[in-house]
Design a protein around this ligand. Structure first.
Ligand SMILES: Cc1cc2nc3c(=O)[nH]c(=O)nc-3n(C[C@H](O)[C@H](O)[C@H](O)COP(=O)(O)O)c2cc1C
Length: 475
């Protein structure tokens, strides 16, 4: 049987259908069925040739699912505020993102926008009454609350938020919100004085504690002449983006409940108050690993030497200068389940650090005696009580990469080594790409897995995935 795509009808027909269906409180598709049904009833010769068309007035039809194509669906509750007009744009923005929209308008919302506009834009019947015999035949308010993937309230008025916070259900919108078992996203919009009122502040706090998502309000000009402040509803495009974010399937969090300790960057070893010994490490690889571990659900502490990088979101970052500071902060951050030492720690520091700036003198050049710095990787690998179950070191080599890295695993007592060639020609130090070899202990042997050239973010993601896979096997 051929199917009819309403989208492909010509504009005049579509406009007529939209207006007629909205006026009758039906979806466009239902309206087409009614028109065809009426046509056939007027042609007795056809009436017997087919079973009667499904009755669109039957209550069971009134709340059919918005979409049968597996797309995501939103129940959009439009509250009674000036910003209600932006909710019409939001319908369009959600539909552009292949999200089906079913609208509910509060009584007050209908003073600002018409059900007809919402219906024409959503291509769906609009709901306004709790005591609607048609949709309440089968507990329509419960179905509106549950037969969707997300409930968006835009604008979320002070009144609607107060009702939600106190569990009221005396109209369709509040009853849906109380009956919901889906995530709820509020886009508050109101006068700054209403937003800052102690009652609204309490309600907002309560709703956040209840797990309700919120976007905005933004700061800016109010509809009321001469008023400005925080209270403008977020733009439709921002609300649509937040909805898409919530609808996105949750990312796997294979390192949830794991504490990960990471070091990154160089260390600076003072010669005098103004000079220091350093190396070319940018910290990019360690920071990328911290971000990847955090994205995998881990509780991450990053101890970093001096670098020009922003703190990765959700990571506890501790900034240090010297190798000794770094060791101290690493020890203080234990215990951890996994420790990854990506910092390029200076092997030596100046023994006779000047208290004042060293001056040129006729006596000749200052003699800089060097002493060995603490070996952070070896120190932590050899701990007896607080040793993390998985200790990973980095080997930055300029020659005999694999042999040196194998020797390093044995010498330091760590479990894995990520070896990379940092010869100037590779551009690894300070660059955005890395070519690494992962060395892991395999009984008495050491297994070498050579990865192709990747960005430092890709190396980080791959390393975190390998860690998660290994822990998954052993736990
Ligand atoms: C012109 C006008 C604009 C309004 N704008 C807002 C607003 O932006 N935010 C708000 O919380 N209330 C606003 N109100 C008050 C609400 O319309 C009123 O509290 C109403 O009861 C809200 O009903 P609802 O939450 O069921 O939609 C406005 C009222 C009027 C008359």
């Amino acid at each position: 049987m051929a199917s009819l795509t309403i989208r492909k009808l010509d504009e005049t027909v579509k406009t007529y259908l939209r207006l007629r269906s909205a006026g009758n409180g039906r979806s466009v598709e239902e309206e087409v069925r009614v028109i065809l049904g009426e046509l056939i009833q007027g042609r007795p010769e056809l009436a017997g040739a087919t079973s009667s068309p499904p009755s669109v007035d039957s209550p069971a039809q009134a709340l059919r699912p918005v979409s049968t194509s597996g797309e995501r669906n939103v129940t959009l509750i439009i509250g009674g505020g000036i910003a209600a007009y932006k909710a019409l744009d939001l319908i369009r923005r959600l539909k552009e993102r292949h999200i089906g929209v079913r609208c509910v308008l509060t009584k007050a919302a209908q003073q600002f926008v018409t059900p007809l506009s919402a219906s024409a834009l959503s291509n769906e019947r609009v709901y306004t009454d709790l005591f609607d015999a048609e949709s309440e035949f089968d507990a329509g308010h419960i179905r509106l609350a549950r037969e969707c993937d997300l409930i968006v309230v835009a604008p979320a008025t002070a009144d609607l938020m107060a009702k939600m916070a106190h569990g009221h259900a005396d109209d369709l919108a509040s009853a849906i919100l109380l009956a919901a078992n889906r995530p709820i996203l509020l886009a508050p919009a109101m006068n700054p004085l209403m937003w800052n009122n102690a009652a609204t502040r309490r309600n907002v706090l309560q709703l956040r504690r209840d797990g309700v998502h919120m976007i905005g309000p933004n700061a800016g000009e109010m509809a009321e002449a001469g008023e400005a402040g925080v209270g403008r509803m977020s733009e439709a495009i921002e609300i649509a983006a937040a909805a898409v974010d919530i609808l996105r399937p949750p990312r796997p969090r294979p390192l949830a409940d794991k504490r990960v300790l990471i070091t990154a960057g160089p260390t600076h070893e003072a010669i005098d108050p103004v000079r220091y010994i350093a190396n070319r490490s940018s910290g990019k690889q360690g920071f990328a690993i911290a971000a990847a571990a955090q994205a995998a659900g881990a509780d991450v502490t990053l101890v970093s030497g001096p670098v020009e990088l922003r703190d990765p979101a959700g990571v506890t970052v501790i900034r240090v200068e010297s190798a000794r500071d770094m060791l101290h902060r690493v020890e203080a951050a234990l215990p951890a389940d996994i420790a990854i030492f990506a910092a390029a720690v200076a092997d030596w520091r100046v023994a006779n650090e000047g208290e004042q700036k060293l001056k040129k003198t006729s006596a000749g050049m200052p003699q800089l005696a060097l002493v060995e710095n603490p070996d952070i990787l070896a120190t932590i690998s050899k701990l007896t009580d607080k040793r993390p179950p998985l200790v990973i070191g980095f080997a930055a080599e300029t020659e005999h990469l694999i042999d040196n890295a194998k020797a390093k695993i044995a010498r330091k007592g760590c479990d894995w080594i990520v070896a990379n060639d940092v010869s100037p020609a590779t551009g690894v130090m300070g660059g955005d790409r890395n070519t690494v070899h992962l060395l892991t202990r395999d009984g008495d042997d050491i297994k070498v897995d050579s990865w192709p050239v990747m960005t430092k973010e890709q190396v980080a993601t791959e390393l975190v995935a390998t860690i998660a896979k290994t822990l998954g096997k052993t736990s």
